[in-house]
Design a protein around this ligand. Structure first.
Ligand SMILES: *Cc1c(COP(=O)(O)O)cnc(C)c1O
Length: 831
């Protein structure tokens, strides 16, 4: 049952708050819902489930009533889907992920069920605008960035392809932080996405498991071991339905919430220790309160490991319980369950399944290991050393003593195999599950690799680099294990729903086969050089830009010209993604415009958005710099409308859905070799933006698909970056060789953009001279030249339109349906 939907007290208040103002203001204005059964159903829900009448209902009440009404239909399909899977004895896919960045669900569910039109009509007859209530649905921000959004796209594609699947994760009470800018500085605020309750979710009190921590492992006289846990919490399942395209199938996203086994200690309470009486509950709730705001940066805290084990243990117990219930024999687990580990965050699941098999199902080690390996697959998302998870051995041992024993046992087997295959001592060191260099640590990536039959990268280049770098020795030992699955995005959310204008235009031109098979978008290429079609295509883009311009005006008070080029970089703020390269080039451009006002400059609006990990100093400073540059540039009458800069606060899925359809230029400019795939790059191309980018991640494959003439590539390749690093890169030389770069860096360092604190960027700029790990200086001239190429192409609008139409036509391959089909065939064996 969804909670917090009991009758509200004081339901007849009519306070004039913005969020809560009743939609109908006077009784006379109340529309009558006649002969619309859907409207009747919504009204009935409003009264009997929410406890409000039409007059008192506020937007959130209408939203909840609408969701609960739509939900009824979803529940029917959900049960049918589950029954069918049982009846067929189908193999199930389990996607374990610490993050699911699903965003809003109402529009997605309505569109996939084909009910948008009917519900909008029913609401209209009640005087309610569907678009307005869609906008107040909170964003389920249970993820940091690309990795979490990928999990959400995958859940949608799994249901769309009619594959029985469960997503497993954590129901964070506060997901990703809300970002506010105070005087340009990022401030992190808790995101209260559950404050109005969550009508999508179902508590499953019957699906609850004990999860233990600490304590000790004792041998028993039967030869069995017993883990006497030091403390335990209960994991309770909370389910959200995931609706596939055309309502074909509804799968389950099962998120765990932690509860104390003994919520209130009455002994303490009776002694007057009220805080102590509730401390167990508080301690349990802490487990599922926040998502660590890290993205490609180290987390390292004990609470994080507790979260990882908590959700892994509950999920594996649930999977094993379901399998035994339906199939009886745990030996057939690999035939009936495929468990995919989204990065190493759930890697402890490997040891947890081993524990259940050995300690509870009484398997010998070798048979347990065979079952485990055949069940798991592991997806790697990063090669950045600082983001590769490893846990101090003493911490791991204290928190999970039984798992520590199993890790040692697995390691012994692994290293025996390696030695038998002729690995030398250097290779043995690299393969070991224990990092022995310095403080001993448990390497989660090696555990995930060893415990899986498939290890995949997320773009072709990334997969190659995995074989050459972090997993080189493991790859030599198990050469068939690493495979590639290039990421994708769901075209339902990232084309059809976020860009209805473009969707209808495409439908008009090529029919709607692309709605069921995204690769059918290729028929659009035939219209790329058709002047009339180009006009319509450009008109759709302009409408989207007008809508975004209005949103920016409301949100940050900035007026922008919808006829300027919208040049967009939105993603997590990280030095490897090189927002700084973009900002420095913007400063150089600003300088050029001021020096040569007579030239034929292309008017640009530079948009930035993204969150920085709270502990990541340089990333936060980059946000502040974008704001400082914006303040100066936007107020300079010498540039006027030729250049506008904005940092839009609180980047999330809903903001992405507004910005991407309005983008002309997509900035994908990471240091080559450092972005595993990227998925933002795919969203932009699918919405008719031109990409300026390096040959990194999936950009390489995007170029292959759209054609080198329809993308602007610059900078060093991954090989060149590696060679330059190895050869002793000297950034100072690179800066001295580029007067434009030198001047821009000097201006920033001297406080031109921060007169209130002239030294603010001294350190940041100094870091470029002293090391420049991300090779901003080495790529600067090539990037600046590529931007002028972009200008020239923009000035030939017909060329621009044909290139961007070709992008839309040729990126259908980047649908997550294609990605999931590949996982299903090659890794999971379910297609
Ligand atoms: C797609 C998406 C991302 C990933 O963007 P990249 O440019 O690939 O890093 C991050 N956050 C949100 C909200 C997204 O929608």
């Amino acid at each position: 049952m969804a909670r917090d939907f009991g009758p509200a007290a004081g339901t007849h208040q009519t306070g004039p708050t913005i969020r809560g103002a009743p939609l109908a203001t006077s009784p006379a204005a109340l529309p009558v819902a006649d002969a619309n059964p859907l409207a009747d159903a919504i009204l009935e829900t409003l009264v009997h489930r929410i406890g409000k009448d039409q007059r008192a209902a506020r937007p959130h009440d209408w939203l909840a009533a609408t969701i609960l009404t739509v939900r009824n239909d979803i529940i029917e399909k959900w049960m049918t889907s589950t029954r069918e899977a049982h009846a067929k004895g189908a193999k199930r896919v389990y996607y374990l992920s610490l993050e699911f960045l699903i965003g809003r669900l109402l529009r997605d569910a309505l569109a996939n069920l084909g009910q948008t039109h009917d519900i909008a009509g029913a609401l209209k007859s009640l005087g309610v605008d569907l678009a307005v209530i869609e906008e107040i649905e909170p964003d389920a921000a249970l993820g940091n960035g690309g990795l979490g959004r990928l999990a959400a796209c995958f859940m949608e594609s799994l249901a769309s392809l009619d594959l029985p699947a469960y997503g497993y994760g954590i129901r964070y009470v506060n997901g990703m932080f809300r970002q506010r800018l105070d005087d340009g500085f990022q401030v992190e605020l808790p995101e209260n996405w559950l404050q109005h309750g969550n009508p999508w979710e179902f508590e499953r009190r019957e699906s609850a498991y004990f999860v233990g921590f600490g304590g000790e492992v004792i041998g028993t006289d039967t030869g069995h071991v017993h883990w006497k846990v030091g403390e335990a919490v209960e994991a309770m399942a909370v389910d959200t339905p995931m609706v596939g395209w055309r309502g074909k199938r509804v799968n389950t996203l099962r998120l765990w919430t932690a509860r104390a086994l003994d919520p209130i200690r009455l002994d303490r309470f009776n002694e007057g220790d009220f805080t102590g009486a509730l401390s167990g509950q508080l301690r349990a709730e802490t487990l599922t309160r926040v998502l660590y705001p890290n993205d490609s940066t180290a987390a390292g805290q004990e609470l994080r490991l507790r979260q990882e084990y908590f959700f892994s243990s509950a999920s594996i117990q649930d999977i094993v319980r379901r399998h035994v219930q339906y199939f009886g024999d745990i030996r057939t687990l690999p035939d009936k369950a495929a468990i995919q580990l989204n990065d190493t965050h759930p890697a402890v699941s490997v040891a947890e399944l081993m524990r259940l098999l050995i300690d509870f199902h009484e398997f010998g080690f070798d048979e347990a290991w065979d079952i485990t390996k055949r069940t798991f697959g592991y997806t790697n998302h990063t090669l950045l050393p600082e983001a590769l998870e490893s846990w101090p051995l003493p911490l791991f041992e204290r928190l999970l003593p039984r798992h520590m024993q199993l890790v040692y046992a697995i390691n012994a087997k692994l290293l025996r195999e390696a030695r038998a295959a002729g690995s030398d001592e250097t290779a043995i060191k690299a393969i070991s599950l224990i990092d022995e260099g310095g403080e001993r640590r448990v390497r989660m990536a090696n555990l995930a690799f060893a415990g899986s039959h498939s290890v995949n990268g997320v773009a072709a280049l990334h997969t190659d680099l995995m074989k050459q770098t972090v997993f080189a020795d493991l790859h030599k030992l198990y050469p068939d294990r690493i495979n590639n699955k290039t990421n994708g995005i769901t075209p339902r959310r990232w084309l059809q729903q976020c860009n209805p204008g473009l969707t209808s235009l495409i439908r008009e031109a090529i029919g709607d086969a692309f709605c069921d098979d995204t690769e059918k978008l290729d028929a659009l290429a035939a219209h790329a050089d058709d002047a009339a079609f180009q006009q319509k295509f450009a008109a759709v883009k302009r409408d989207n830009k007008v809508a975004l311009a209005k949103h920016l005006k409301d949100l940050i008070g900035l007026r922008v010209d919808p006829d300027a080029m919208f040049d967009v970089q939105i993603k997590r703020i990280h030095e490897y993604k090189r927002q700084l390269l973009n900002i420095v080039e913007t400063v150089a451009l600003y300088d050029q415009i001021r020096s040569h006002p007579e030239r034929d400059w292309v008017p640009r609006v530079k948009l930035f958005a993204g969150k920085a990990a709270s502990s990541y100093h340089n990333a936060k400073l980059i946000i502040k710099l974008a704001g400082d540059v914006a303040r100066r540039v936007n107020a300079d009458p010498a540039v006027g409308d030729l250049l506008k800069v904005a940092f839009v606060p609180n980047y999330n899925v809903s903001l992405a859905e507004k910005i991407i359809p309005a983008a002309d230029l997509s900035e994908q400019i990471s240091t080559a070799g450092m972005e595993a795939s990227g998925t933002g790059n795919m969203k932009f191309a699918m919405n008719g933006a031109l990409t300026i980018g390096t040959l990194d991640g999936a950009n390489v494959e995007i170029r292959d698909h759209v054609g080198a003439e329809n993308i602007v590539i610059f900078g060093m390749t991954a090989d060149e970056v590696a060679a330059k690093r190895a050869g002793g890169y000297n950034p100072r030389e690179a800066i001295e060789a580029s007067p434009e770069l030198g001047q821009a860096l000097a201006a920033i360092a001297s406080g031109v953009f921060s007169p209130d604190d002239p030294d603010r960027y001294k350190g940041l700029m100094g870091g470029l001279y002293d090391g420049d790990w991300f090779m901003l200086a080495a790529d600067f001239d090539s990037y600046a030249a590529a931007q002028r190429t972009v200008d020239r192409r923009w000035s030939n609008r017909s060329d621009w339109n044909s290139a961007t139409i070709r992008n839309v036509a040729r990126v259908g391959w980047f649908s997550s349906d294609r990605t999931i089909r590949e996982y299903a065939k090659d890794i999971w064996g379910v297609l």
